[in-house]
Design a protein around this ligand. Structure first.
Ligand SMILES: NC(=O)c1ccc[n+]([C@@H]2O[C@H](COP(=O)([O-])OP(=O)(O)OC[C@H]3O[C@@H](n4cnc5c(N)ncnc54)[C@H](O)[C@@H]3O)[C@@H](O)[C@H]2O)c1
Length: 315
């Protein structure tokens, strides 16, 4: 199959591109290498093509017409809740206008299906846990709003133009290649600090929980969505919720180093708990997460240690 992965130079998108290439598909990555994102040219698999382009660029249609993909995996995004909250217009420009530019190109280029990186952020603070596909979506950030709006546009393009879709609502994805700086996931931020033998900041009381899902399991969900999940939106999580304090203690075990802790305040808009029920994904996508958090953290640590041998050696 021929597949374009937008955002395929980024953290999650590059693992998806890897999985598609490994499965024998022909992959083209389209990515702007946005300065505040996790995109790196070196993340793109050798056997995939690469186009350095913004998803809002009108040339996207030409790329789609020339490559003639059957599927477009849309992972390019303004991915940061904090940036989206500071600059909702930019968030909407990339996450809505960029999406529409890609969808129009798909319709004109004869693409059959779009796989979309949606988010648990579309749910806001749910009344009950675990979150599942019947949980009302009440996003509390511009980022969550644009991800939810995107799902509505996908439904519209399917009914209006016959462009099929699967939307995958990820929990907190972690793993190799996640940017350890900035506001990326706590697992990679902590690992980055532990490896340098630096202290970590734990906000609130550290008992806030998230559903952490390993990036290679997310890539598997994207493989499953090539053939399954027509017109569906799925929660892609593990069903397990883990506190920030538990992540810290697991890393002390893994690294043999007790990083000093600085206490930080609760961050505005931070939800207390998140946990996803992945049963619908199991039934309809035939997908279940395979990696438990400790194993995934060990693999992530090994990756970052390899990237930083000088600092990691002493641990
Ligand atoms: N990381 C998570 O836990 C998580 C959870 C839910 C959803 N998502 C979604 O998954 C997708 C990938 O996220 P990630 O964590 O890998 O982030 P990332 O920043 O590593 O990847 C996003 C990629 O999109 C590219 N990009 C950004 N703006 C672009 C533009 N205007 N045109 C073309 N390319 C552009 C970036 O260069 C980057 O390579 C995003 O859509 C994000 O919203 C991520």
């Amino acid at each position: 199959m021929r597949i374009i992965v937008t955002g395929g130079a980024g953290f999650i998108g590059s693992h998806i591109a890897d999985a598609y290439v490994a499965a024998g598909h022909e992959v083209l990555v389209l990515d702007s290498l946005w300065e505040h994102g996790g995109g790196r040219r070196s993340n793109v698999p050798e056997r995939a093509g690469f186009v350095h382009m913004d998803v809002r660029d009108e040339q996207v249609e030409r790329i789609v017409r020339e490559f003639k993909p059957e599927v477009v995996s849309h992972h390019a995004a303004q991915h940061s809740v904090a940036i989206g909250s500071r600059d909702p217009k930019y968030d909407a420009d990339v996450n809505v206008r960029g999406l529409l530019n890609v969808l129009d190109a798909c319709v004109r280029g004869g693409v059959k299906k779009v796989i979309f990186a949606s988010s648990g952020a579309t749910f806001g603070t749910p009344d009950h846990l675990p979150i599942d596909e019947r949980t009302p979506q009440r996003p509390e950030s511009p980022y969550g709003i644009t991800k939810m709006v995107a799902e509505h546009y996908l439904r519209f393009y399917r009914s209006e133009h016959g462009l099929d879709f699967t939307a995958l609502r990820y929990g907190n994805v972690y793993g190799p290649r996640q940017d350890p700086s900035g506001e990326a996931g706590v697992v990679s931020i902590f690992i980055g600090r532990f490896i340098k033998h630096e202290g970590v900041r734990i906000d609130w009381d550290g008992e806030q929980t998230r559903d952490y899902v390993y990036v290679k399991d997310v890539a598997e969900a994207n493989l499953a969505a090539l053939e399954r999940g027509s017109a569906g939106c799925y929660c892609i999580g593990t069903g397990v919720r883990t506190s920030v304090n538990a992540i810290y203690h697991a890393l002390v075990e893994i690294c043999g180093f007790e990083a000093p802790i600085t206490a930080g305040p609760k961050r505005a808009g931070d939800a207390r708990d998140a946990q996803f029920n992945p049963e619908l994904a199991a039934r309809e996508l035939d997908w279940t997460p395979q990696t438990n958090l400790l194993d995934g953290m060990r693999r992530t640590y090994a990756y970052f240690a390899e990237q930083n041998p000088a600092t990691a050696k002493s641990s």
